[in-house]
Design a protein around this ligand. Structure first.
Ligand code: 5GP
Length: 203
């Protein structure tokens, strides 16, 4: 049976708090992109801990991605794979949200890095679209730099890949755990029961 982990709102709050120092020191984000829906709450909490006196709050933009099982295109070999679709994306017009990312240090936030399919898609597609916006602004426009924060990284073979230098220098998981199913508080129907189960596990 797959082990289940229960994470409370307080756990999430404290994990964001603990991660904030490193994120401020090393990634210095100017903009946060939250991958919905699991990235929204951590991104919002993190923003409070990233706030510097005298500076405005770091803006948060939301993207939505959804995973689905697909049959491969080759009818001879029907390979089942995992595909990602955009359910919500940034405005791609020249003066829109994508242009705002040009030259910025952008922190991508999600709740869990499981197979890494979602993060690979998000990084690749954001990099591609921001690069297009950058080229529209002119050859001298600076490049964006992406970093990643997740609450949990499951220590398992990954289907998706991230650039090596990103994993080394621009990737932070608050917790590295096994291949367990994590129950987050925002998914709970009965939050008291959820918290009770979380407390029971901590004993
Ligand atoms: P990926 O496999 O692409 O890394 O993760 C895809 C998505 O699956 C995550 O963003 C998350 O919504 C969901 N997911 C994967 N593992 C878990 C888990 O243990 N708990 C919950 N609640 N969602 C998960």
């Amino acid at each position: 049976m797959v082990e289940k982990l229960y994470v409370t709102y307080n756990d999430v709050h404290k994990l964001c708090q603990q991660a904030a120092t490193k994120i401020l020191d090393e990634f210095k984000p100017q903009l946060i992109i939250a991958i919905g829906g699991g990235g929204y709450v951590p991104a919002r909490i993190l923003r409070s801990f990233l706030k510097q006196p005298g500076s405005p709050n770091i803006p948060i933009q939301a993207i939505g991605l959804s995973l689905y099982e697909s049959l491969g295109g080759d009818s001879q070999v029907e390979e089942i794979g995992t595909k990602v679709t955009r359910t919500q994306w940034l405005d791609l017009s020249a003066l829109g949200e994508m242009a705002n990312l040009v030259g910025k240090r952008v922190l991508i936030v999600d709740e869990v890095d499981d197979t890494r399919t979602t993060l690979e898609y998000a990084v690749k597609e954001l990099e591609k679209d921001v690069e297009l916006a950058r080229q529209r602004l002119g050859p001298d426009a600076p490049k964006a730099e992406f970093s990643i924060f997740v609450l949990h990284n499951k220590d398992k073979p990954k289907k998706g890949q991230l650039p090596e230098d990103m994993i080394k220098n621009r990737y932070l998981a608050a917790v590295t755990c096994g291949d367990e199913w994590i129950n987050y508080p925002w998914e709970a129907i009965d939050i008291d029961e959820h918290d009770r189960l979380a407390a029971q596990k901590k004993l």
